[in-house]
Design a protein around this ligand. Structure first.
Ligand code: ARG
Length: 476
């Protein structure tokens, strides 16, 4: 990266080739650097070149460029793209951004034809187009990662439809659930995340080009053709809106924030579950690190880091919302600040999903320990109440009866299933010997929740079957 060392003396000013006409002195070196974006917007060089090729193709179609000019521009841009990808492109900070860096080199290479590329276009509609193309590509990549993670969860859930663990409310043992059912809750969260991105993609996928600086252009452009060349669903309907609003990037970052929120909830559970106090699951060593002082430590770094990174993405969302707030129409330079938070959100979500897509299918549940935990904490108390209701007791009375039985269990340090029939019968003579297999075993408890959305193993297995079909439709 080179920095301009232009003289501030107007008589020998080297004003910018892009707008020098009006200026009597060169841009201050610090201002040039301060206002530049090429340090970060070079990231979407590919989208910039694709947009320029489509624009030139359209200009040739409507007769603003000759076919020869179009071909020279396209060949020149393709060569530049190859050079960028080979690492042979020198980004110049005094050329401000990715757009002017590429256009300037194109003109150095092909001469006056290069200067015609910007006909009927402004950097305002150019950059808006580039970001939309970029976000669209990233949404597609993120959806692939989500799909991989979702399928990994389904695989693990399918192996654990019969694995019983305590379900929690208030992080206190509540009722037995299957581990497969718990994993399917994660799956549902992530499916909504995919749906949100797919929905957001529709609004991203609109073409701003043709809006020019703000009002449109005097050339006989064919915007629908440019849109078709770039795979946009439609054109942005209003030029002022098209060059200025970044709501699509905000919407994407909001969807990214919700993904991170979900990943942080999953993280928190894995952090708890891998602790010595729970020991519900093992995370394979390759996803963990140790301590430099405590030899026994195996830390769940990946979920901890993802939980922490969630805050970054919320911050990115807040940056973008605040950036856009109060901006008058149309383009304002403020909008150059949209890129870094957007890229940060993209990188963070991609990295986090990549890590979980590998790690979660590799989780190893400690089936016996989960079961032991479910046997503690009176997790079948509701089942005993339901048993009484089925024998004619009103639910509120049943609740009271079971509460007393639990109090006895607490006093004797015994689970309900460990009390004798006689002990149970002192609270209600409706309790019979069949209570143990009908209500007080973990299997009876989960099997009884036998409806769509319930934790019964056969229901979870059916939910997994349906889930594969749903994924197929979602990503069709
Ligand atoms: N680098 C600018 C951005 O990121 C490109 C658009 C600049 N347009 C302008 N009129 N200064 O938004």
């Amino acid at each position: 990266m080179t920095t301009s060392s232009n003289s501030s003396n107007p008589s020998q000013a080297q004003t910018s080739g892009m707008w020098g006409g009006r200026f009597s002195e060169a841009t201050d070196a610090f201002v040039a650097e301060f206002t530049a974006s090429v340090q970060f917007d070079q990231r979407f060089y590919k989208q910039d070149i694709a947009g320029s090729i489509a624009h030139a193709t359209m200009l040739a179609k409507v007769g603003v460029l000759t076919q020869q000019e179009r071909d020279d521009i396209i060949n020149g841009l393709n060569t530049i793209q190859a050079e960028i990808e080979a690492g042979n492109f020198e980004w110049r900070i005094e050329l401000e951004d990715v757009h002017m860096n590429i256009e300037s080199l194109l003109t150095d290479r092909i001469g006056i034809t290069g200067k015609k590329l910007h006909t009927g276009r402004s950097r305002n509609d150019q950059v808006a187009t580039d970001i939309r193309l970029y976000v669209r590509d990233e949404i597609d990549a993120i959806l692939k990662l989500l799909e991989k993670l979702q399928k990994g969860i389904l695989g693990l859930a399918a192996q654990n439809t019969n694995t019983i663990m305590p379900g929690f409310t208030h992080l206190q043992t509540a009722q037995p659930v299957t581990f497969g059912h718990h994993l399917m809750a994660w799956f549902e969260m992530l499916v909504r995340d995919s749906e949100r991105l797919i929905d957001c993609r529709k609004r991203v996928n609109r073409l701003p080009l043709g809006s020019a600086a703000l009002a449109g252009t005097t050339y006989p452009i064919e915007r629908a053709y440019t849109a078709e060349l770039l795979g946009f669903e439609a054109v942005c309907e209003n030029s002022l809106d098209a060059v200025s609003d970044r709501d699509f990037a905000i919407e994407f970052t909001a969807a990214a924030s919700l993904i991170m929120m979900h990943l942080s909830r999953m993280s928190e559970e894995m952090i708890l579950w891998t602790s010595a106090q729970f020991k519900f699951v093992n995370i394979p060593d390759r996803f963990c690190t140790g301590s430099s002082i405590m030899p026994q430590k195996k830390n769940p770094d990946v979920p901890e880091l993802i939980r922490g990174k969630t805050g970054r993405v919320y911050g990115d969302l807040m940056s973008l919302l605040t950036l856009m707030k109060g901006q008058p129409l149309a383009y304002n330079k403020d909008n150059q600040e949209d890129k870094e938070p957007l890229f940060d959100a993209i990188d963070t979500v991609r990295g986090s999903l990549m890590a979980f897509a590998d790690m979660i299918p590799a989780l190893v549940p400690n089936i016996e320990i989960m079961r032991e935990a479910a046997l503690r904490g009176f997790s079948t108390a509701t089942d005993l109440a339901d048993y009484l209701v089925k024998n004619g007791v009103a639910f509120r009375d049943a609740h009271e009866i079971v509460g007393k039985a639990v109090a006895l269990g607490v006093q004797e340090s015994k689970d309900l299933s460990e009390l004798t029939l006689e002990q149970l019968q002192q609270f209600s003579d409706l309790i019979q010997a069949d209570v143990f297999e009908k209500a007080l075993t973990l299997e009876a408890s989960v099997n009884a929740r036998n409806h769509i959305g319930g934790t019964a193993p056969n229901q979870v297995a059916a939910a997994i079957e349906r889930a594969y079909v749903r994924l197929e439709k979602l990503y069709a």
